[in-house]
Design a protein around this ligand. Sequence first.
Ligand SMILES: [Ca+2]
Length: 281
Amino acid sequence: MNLRISVGWILLVFVHCGLWTAAEKAVELANSHLLPPGGYRRLMNLNAEEYPRDCSEIFHQSEENASDGLYVIQPAEEPIGVYCNMQDGGWTVIQHITANSTVDFDRTWQDYKYGFGLVNDNYWLGNEYMHQLTSSPTLYKLRVKLVDLNAQVKWGEYEPFHIEDETSQYRIRLGLYKGNAGDALCQDTEAYLHDNQRFTTKDRDNDNYFQNCAKLEYNGIPGGGWWYDACAGANLNRRNVIYWQQDCNKTHMCKYAWMMVKPVDHSQDCSKICPPLKDEL
Ligand SMILES: [Ca+2]
């Protein structure tokens, strides 16, 4: 009798677990390693019939009611999980770092290619997915958001923004800049230009320095992967000092940084009616 009851319980548990697993894995995400424990259940559009290509599409499909959180998007063949910041039109977060967090940004080429960290926390979405996201016929723009220790917020945007494919070493292409932070990726006040640079990691040196910039340490922490020149006027992946020229550095510490992307909204494109920027005169 006891044996039959025990077998029954085992079967019940087995069936229950099987059903639970089936429900949880309705879709297999290419970057499931970026989900927190129980993360499939936290994906707000997991059971959708089709997945949008980015967070902006989710925002507009929801008639601008979607809230911040974890979503499934499908920029190319494979669905992936991301964090969506639904403020201001739906931004797909591709990087988030908290200074001195436990997430290690001193990673290999493969880690930077497919992403690391957790999408509800500090993370790098992955160069391959950044390439897929920014490779549609629609142009994308990049927003960088920086928060210092006094909670002062600064931001900057590059339009357009494109990450090339792996054969080009995930080269970064940046367009016109605007924002209340300095243009740390394109203006060479530090004699370093990041626009058009290839990506470098500790195990793949594509930078313009005689050593590998990703390995250079500050207080024992290496710089991590980045689009280095020789080396940096900005580096949002240095775990102990978020660096953005005058806005975030070792004397003016920043607590948080985000990188996020959104399609260029041509309905708000004022390039035809606004006066040209000073640099273009
Ligand atoms: Ca080098």
